[in-house]
Design a protein around this ligand. Structure first.
Ligand code: NDP
Ligand code: 2IT
Length: 446
């Protein structure tokens, strides 16, 4: 660590004591940006990075609600409005027991750079709650969502802050949240993205993160003179991102050999087919079951309590959660010949894993670049809602593909090293930063 970086991180650490995920995300970004900022004194003199790491606003609130037994439950709600230099705050809501200020601040911070990379006018935000939707009835989820929105509504709006889904928040939750917002405000607006198709969702939004991830991987492979066809792909997760990443991989002729949930992973040596994937989608989305039930149904291998990174693959797509690929996992991926790791999840690779990938010249694509397809199509949903119009599937899919290609070009522009290796992390950090920094300079000290 050079002196400037150490001084910067000491200050940020003091101010954000006890927030390990946030500090991890800031360190990763600062490592790329401090040398860049040293070469651009206008950013340094205007303390742009110092401002970017400070949320514009943090909202924390009580979410009381009554469960099916008539008992009072109390959760904590959050919305981090991180940066609005280039557009209204935009980013998902996460409902998971692990949610706390540190996790949401890291996600909001990453979102700022990601949204900038999409080229669309969206600032960055994130929110959520420590509420766990698992095992709750639809009625309980509705009660919780209504209480959550009864506070959140005063802080969000179609031109102010536009939440969407993330872990634990899908179409069902967005529906309940939207219904309550509409009822309180008396207006039908594009305040949330990822809605139902009947009431304002962009076509391709459910698929966008997973499809966009695979489009990004195809760009990486092009540079390496490869295609995705026939490649062995390990995927973690079995939620929204993982399902559609798997679907696109299968459509492109790749072999998806693993999927997982928080209990363990399934191993399909010959690759999942679309029929099995359909079973998994229904299991997860409709029946809200466990991936072990997939293994029992198809009699395939199931590894309880394990993550899939020791399985031989060409490409790994961590699509579940933060810090799910550590240094040891990275070593085993590299030893088994994996040459491309692209993050569908946010910050799934630890700093040790990222360092190992870069050292081994594995193409490593950070989430803020590789999973930006989801928020990009959210941005397209906002545009369609504003003009009360909708594009066709093909139109949205083509725009998504173009956006992922453009993000890839930005990463190459700022991330190509002297030896030809592309440091996607550096490219994404600098590429995402420049636009925000220029907007912040233009808008004065705010
Ligand atoms: P879902 O809730 O649909 O699915 C999450 C999946 O990850 C489930 O399989 C879940 O297993 C697993 N998982 C969640 N937490 C953990 C954990 N602590 N340990 C192990 N497995 C876990 O969420 P998404 O697919 O939407 O999100 C997945 C990742 O992608 C997140 O990092 C999210 O921030 C990121 N992302 C999502 C976007 C979107 O548009 N939805 C856009 C860009 C990034 P289980 O069912 O057991 O909980
Ligand atoms: O992490 C993310 O980019 C998301 N969860 C999607 C955010 C959005 O506003 O669509």
């Amino acid at each position: 660590m050079n002196d400037l970086l150490r001084q910067f991180m000491e200050k940020v650490s003091r101010r954000n004591n006890g927030e390990p995920e946030f500090l991890q995300a800031v360190t990763e970004v600062a490592e790329s940006l401090i040398p860049f900022i040293s070469e651009h004194p206008i950013y340094r003199d205007n303390k742009v990075l110092e401002r970017v790491v400070e949320p514009e606003r943090v909202i924390m609130f009580r979410v009381p609600w009554i469960n099916d037994k008539g008992e009072v439950e109390v959760n904590r709600g959050f919305r981090i409005q991180m940066n609005s230099a280039i557009g209204p705050y935009k980013g998902g809501l996460r409902f998971h027991p692990s949610v706390n200020l540190s996790v949401l601040k890291f996600l909001a911070f990453e979102q700022v750079f990601k949204n900038s990379l999409t080229g669309l006018p969206m600032g960055g935000g994130k929110g959520g709650s420590d509420f766990d939707p698992k095992g709750r009835s639809d009625n309980e989820v509705m009660k919780f969502c209504q209480s959550f929105m009864t506070e959140l509504y005063r802080h969000v709006g179609a031109d102010i802050d536009i939440p969407a889904g993330d872990i634990g928040v899908g179409k069902r939750e967005i529906g309940y949240l939207f219904g309550q917002y509409k009822r309180i405000k008396g207006e039908f607006s594009g305040v949330l993205t990822g809605k139902g198709f009947e009431w304002g969702c962009s076509l391709i939004r459910p698929e966008a993160t997973g499809y966009g991830l695979v489009y990004f991987v195809e760009e990486i492979l092009k540079i390496r003179g490869e295609t995705i066809q026939g490649k062995r792909v390990t995927i973690s997760g079995s939620g929204n991102v993982a399902q559609y990443a798997a679907e696109k991989c299968i459509a492109k002729g790749a072999k998806v050999v693993t999927m997982s949930d928080s209990d363990g992973f399934i191993y399909e040596p010959d690759g999942l087919d679309l029929e099995r994937l359909q079973f998994l989608k229904e299991l997860k989305e409709v029946r809200r079951g466990r991936i072990s039930e997939y293994a029992a149904h198809f009699k395939c291998d199931y590894f309880k309590g394990e993550r899939p990174w020791r399985i031989k693959c060409d490409i790994a797509l961590p699509n579940a959660t933060q810090n799910e690929v550590d240094g040891k996992d990275a070593k085993s991926l590299i030893e088994n010949g994996c040459f491309c790791v692209a993050e569908g999840a946010n910050m799934p690779c630890t700093p040790e894993a990222v360092a190992a990938f870069n050292k081994a010249q594995v193409s490593y694509a950070p989430g803020k670049a590789a999973n930006a397809g989801g928020v990009a199509v959210s941005g397209l949903e906002m545009s369609q809602n504003s003009v009360r119009f909708s594009w066709s599937r093909d139109e949205v899919d083509n725009k998504l593909r173009d956006i992922m290609k453009q993000i890839h070009r930005i990463c190459v522009k700022y991330g190509k090293e002297e030896d030809g290796h592309i440091n996607y992390e550096k490219g994404a950090n600098i590429g995402g930063f420049v636009k925000i920094a220029e907007a912040m300079l233009a808008q004065g000290v705010v």
